[in-house]
Design a protein around this ligand. Structure first.
Ligand code: ADP
Length: 301
């Protein structure tokens, strides 16, 4: 098969692993920088151009679109979908999962466990907002933050109020969330491919830190999931419409709660923790599922 990896650099670990795994299975692999693609939106003949050539003959594309280029990257992916190319994750599913509020609303509607969460932009009654999610301690999150930046634990109502006010002054969208203390600074990344959890790791925050992000000194280890955790991860990926997803859970005293569903989960940490060839499993998923024109979004925009 001819498979494209939409990625800004062939040097990124996950991109390199996907190319390696595809080649090992006899496929023709191309890294396509979606930021450099340009498109012709002609009726009946959509095309994608890259470095002066027209990209064609692709059987599948694996989107690895960073959060900062979601808008343009999903437009390029949509163009491939309109050309009939099979996307590992569809453009609409990626856009959906990148919108934290939309994702949480969709997951809540389907009964998925979530931390008690409030959204706010310009709250008149900050005290009521704090009460609404159960009071302090609570976590205040900047909606556009990544890698744990903009995630603040406020121990008291007073601290919560002033942090919310500060974000409000900056006109930022925020999320106010129940602090899952019993998670003990750990979260669980479930790697889902094609409706199955193929691996999971526990990320433990560094001493004195509640955020378990590996970029913040967290450490990863293999973890065994409960059937309920497995089912939650699979459902969350399905609700988002993602074939490949990283579902982040916290172990709360009211069962597993979903924090985030990631449409481009990194391969490095999970492959190291599980010693599994996740890249190979993604290629295998393509071999089993890629068909010309098999995209739910084709024709729907
Ligand atoms: P980001 O997307 O920036 O990584 P997250 O929302 O994933 O931000 O939060 C970063 C980390 O903080 C999580 O991995 C988790 O360890 C911790 N965390 C986030 N929300 C909560 C919460 N409500 N209760 C307990 N810990 C939390």
């Amino acid at each position: 098969m001819k498979i494209g990896v939409l990625s800004t650099s062939p040097k990124i670990y996950s991109t390199a692993r996907l190319v390696e795994a595809g080649k090992a299975r006899g496929h023709e692999m191309h890294v396509i920088n979606h930021k450099r693609c340009y498109m012709s939106i002609a009726s009946m003949n959509p095309t994608v151009h890259y470095r002066g050539i027209t990209l064609d003959g692709f059987d599948a594309v694996i989107p690895r679109i960073g959060a900062s280029v979601t808008f343009y990257g999903t437009a390029v992916l949509r163009q491939f979908e309109m050309m009939g190319v099979f996307p590992v994750n569809e453009s609409v599913a990626i856009s959906r999962s990148r919108d934290k509020l939309r994702s949480m609303q969709l997951l809540a509607r389907r009964g998925i466990g979530l931390p008690v969460t409030g959204f706010a932009r310009e709250p008149d009654d900050i005290k009521d907002l704090i009460e609404m999610v159960g009071g302090a301690p609570l976590v205040v999150k900047l909606l556009q933050g990544t890698q744990g930046m903009g995630v603040v634990l406020t121990e008291t109502k007073k601290a919560a109020e002033s942090v919310i006010q500060a974000f409000y002054g900056l006109e930022a969208n925020i999320l106010v969330q129940e602090f899952i203390k019993e998670a003990g600074g750990a979260d669980i990344r479930c790697f889902v491919i094609g409706g199955k959890v193929v691996g999971a790791m526990k990320r433990q925050a560094a001493e004195g830190e509640f955020r378990s992000n590996l970029h913040r000194g967290g450490t990863a280890s293999l973890v065994k999931l409960t059937p309920q955790e497995r089912a939650t991860a699979v459902s969350a990926a399905r609700i988002m419409g993602l074939n490949v997803a990283g579902v982040d859970l916290l172990r709360s005293n009211h069962g597993p709660v979903v924090m985030e569903v990631n449409s481009s989960p990194g391969l490095k940490g999970i492959e190291a923790a599980t010693k599994k060839d996740m890249a190979g499993l993604i290629i295998e998923f393509i071999e089993q599922n890629a068909k010309f024109g098999k995209t739910g979004t084709k024709g729907k925009g």
